[in-house]
Ligand binder design. Structure first.
Ligand code: IP8
Length: 267
């Protein structure tokens, strides 16, 4: 029986896929991340990954985020977006299984329902049984049914915050394609300065100024992602945002070692 409060790891779509090209995985990075997860050897880990160049372009093409507009092609778009996510999830699962992590994927479209884009219902039966037997659940940003909109996109970040609140997470680790949050885009501005530590208030002040994502992003880029995380920070969950594309930052953050990145705490 595992009663430990979980550690929630988000693998950002910008880290595990190349957002400049549709449906392009970064398999070398996915493999290295699986190795880091194995090395961390945690029995209370929940992994959530983003959509990157698999989920976002298809969701954008069919306008899935804003709901069902009685356009029958959208139904195919919903199915295709979910399928694209299962393909990316398959690659993440391949790497985790290859590294002998007891990881099992949970499709959010099968157990979450939203209302106006916010989680309204979650069937946690499978998740609870996984926790009892110490499996590593792997969820991902997905299309979901929505009681007001028909359907929408549920971001990995909303899932992370929801699960962190529900299961009183010890901490959240977010792996992205930059070493934390910066005062401007470090990919286009070499003068960009990293934020080493942020309080909830500082994060709230910063959130509207954060940049849009490179490539298509139906869930609002970094500003949207941070907005989703704020409820978890409000509930005193510690958040580390660090680089997942190189080095051992994910392993180090999961095992409470210092990393290059941004630490976010309520106060
Ligand atoms: O990349 C979005 O998840 P995110 C998933 O965590 C889809 O925002 C289907 C676009």
């Amino acid at each position: 029986m595992n009663d430990a409060r979980p550690i929630i790891l988000k693998l950002g779509g910008s880290a595990i896929t190349d957002k400049a090209e549709e449906a392009k995985p970064r398999t070398d990075i996915i493999n290295r991340l699986a190795e880091e997860i194995k090395r961390a050897d945690l029995d209370n880990l929940i992994v959530v990954h983003g959509g990157g160049s698999f989920g976002h372009p298809t969701a954008a093409k069919y306008g899935i985020k804003d709901g069902y507009k009685e356009d029958p092609t959208q139904k195919f778009g919903f199915a295709e977006t979910h399928h694209m996510m299962t393909v990316l999830n398959g690659l993440v699962m391949d790497a985790l299984i290859w590294h002998e992590v007891p990881a099992v994927s949970i499709a959010p479209s099968n157990c979450f329902v939203t209302e106006n884009c916010k989680v309204k219902f979650f069937d946690e039966t499978v998740m609870k049984n996984m926790a009892k037997l110490i499996f590593t659940p792997v969820l991902y940003g997905d299309v979901v049914f929505d009681e007001k909109l028909g359907f929408t996109v549920l971001s990995g970040d909303q899932l992370v915050a929801y699960l962190a609140l529900k299961y009183k997470a010890q901490k959240i680790v977010i792996g992205t394609d930059t070493d934390g949050l910066f005062d401007c885009d470090p990919k286009t501005n070499p003068e960009a300065k990293p934020f080493k530590k942020l309080t909830l208030k500082e994060l709230k002040d910063l959130q509207p100024k954060l940049g849009k994502a490179q490539g298509t992003d139906v869930t609002g880029g970094m500003a949207g992602k941070i907005a989703e995380l704020i409820p978890a920070v409000e509930a005193s969950v510690h958040v580390t945002i660090t680089g997942a594309t190189k080095g051992l930052s994910i392993y180090r953050a999961l095992t409470d070692q210092s990393v290059l990145g941004t630490e976010i705490e309520k106060a």
